[in-house]
Design a protein around this ligand. Structure first.
Ligand SMILES: NC(=O)c1ccc[n+]([C@@H]2O[C@H](COP(=O)([O-])OP(=O)(O)OC[C@H]3O[C@@H](n4cnc5c(N)ncnc54)[C@H](O)[C@@H]3O)[C@@H](O)[C@H]2O)c1
Length: 286
């Protein structure tokens, strides 16, 4: 499927990433079939999109009149069969291999054979996911960053099987969304998490060893290295449980003990201190 033939896009999952992905496709003029398993979850996703569009209006990035047009291009549904109308599909369902397998095999069955199927997985091998489908040469990684409407990067990840045409079309599509695609080959953690997680892990070790407080570690990285967020603030934002899971993927996939999760991260997760989402991590949140 070439870029110009793509008019309708299916987004599987309306959670944190799915609603953001649906938002940026609809904003770029694509019709979006947004699928989740329950009406309640679709409603929540649509509410988030509405609020994020309002934020863009307030910042002067979107005209008030365009909001209605963007929302009109979104079609929330619980009926998986509706995705058959799409000319491109991206999955953003939970990071569990068996859920991915179920969703990808069903999507593969429903989508026309020439349609590219993309995954937003953060840590599962794209090559493994591609092999679950009957269209491995039209399977590709499209790794958006959270929050999707704000973050410019899309890692476009080439599975071993990904064909040049699918890779090129996905790259051009990311540009159409106003994103900057960066080409990456399939490997544990891709580039983003392969580089970020050891930084977060090392920051946690400096706290564990009493080298500095979380505030001091973050201040050093913000003021000295020009990072907009300190690594521990960022870890709280991502979720400390998610950080530990990704470190485990790096450890298992690359086999180097340097990726072992810091005991302090594991202890916080055991205590339920998961970061922002639980009200406490390295910092406390109201
Ligand atoms: N959260 C992040 O910061 C982030 C960043 C980059 C990539 N990712 C990746 O994006 C994917 C989604 O993560 P998330 O944080 O949005 O998760 P989430 O839990 O917020 O959302 C997942 C959604 O998928 C839905 N779902 C489950 N089964 C489904 C099915 N069969 N069909 C359609 N929808 C289904 C769930 O109901 C839920 O609404 C994961 O692979 C994750 O690794 C997450």
């Amino acid at each position: 499927m070439n870029l110009d033939s793509i008019k309708a896009v299916a987004v599987l999952g309306a959670g944190t990433m799915g609603n953001g992905i649906a938002h940026v496709f609809a904003r770029a003029g694509y019709n979006v079939i947004l699928r989740d398993v329950e009406e309640r979850l679709l409603q929540r996703g649509m509410d988030t999109i509405g609020k994020n569009l309002d934020r863009e209006i307030k910042k002067g990035k979107l005209a008030e009149a365009d909001k209605r047009a963007v929302l009109a291009r979104l079609k929330p549904t619980t009926d998986m069969k509706e995705i058959a109308a799409a000319e491109f599909a991206v999955e953003a369902v939970p990071e569990k291999l068996e859920i991915k397998r179920a969703v990808l095999t069903e999507a593969d069955r429903l989508l026309r054979p020439e349609v590219i199927l993309a995954s937003n997985t953060s840590s599962i091998s794209m090559t493994t996911l591609a092999a679950m489908t009957k269209r491995p040469e039209r399977f590709v990684g499209m790794h958006f960053m959270n929050p999707v409407p704000m973050m410019v990067l899309v890692e476009v990840i080439r599975a071993l099987q990904t064909g040049d045409e699918a890779f090129a079309t996905t790259t051009e599509l990311a540009k159409k969304l106003g994103k900057t695609p960066v080409a990456v080959n399939d490997a544990p953690g891709f580039v983003s998490n392969r580089v970020l997680m050891p930084l977060i892990n090392e920051a946690a070790y400096t706290v564990l060893e009493g080298v500095a407080t979380p505030e001091a570690v973050d201040a050093v990285m913000k003021l000295g290295m020009n990072h907009p967020m300190g690594p521990l603030e960022l870890a709280d934002f991502i979720g400390l449980d998610v950080c530990v899971d990704i470190l485990n993927v790096l450890l298992e996939g690359l086999g180097d003990p340097k990726y072992r999760a810091c005991p302090l991260l594991k202890k916080y997760v055991a205590a339920g201190w998961l970061g922002r989402k639980s009200g406490r991590g390295f910092y406390t949140y109201a």
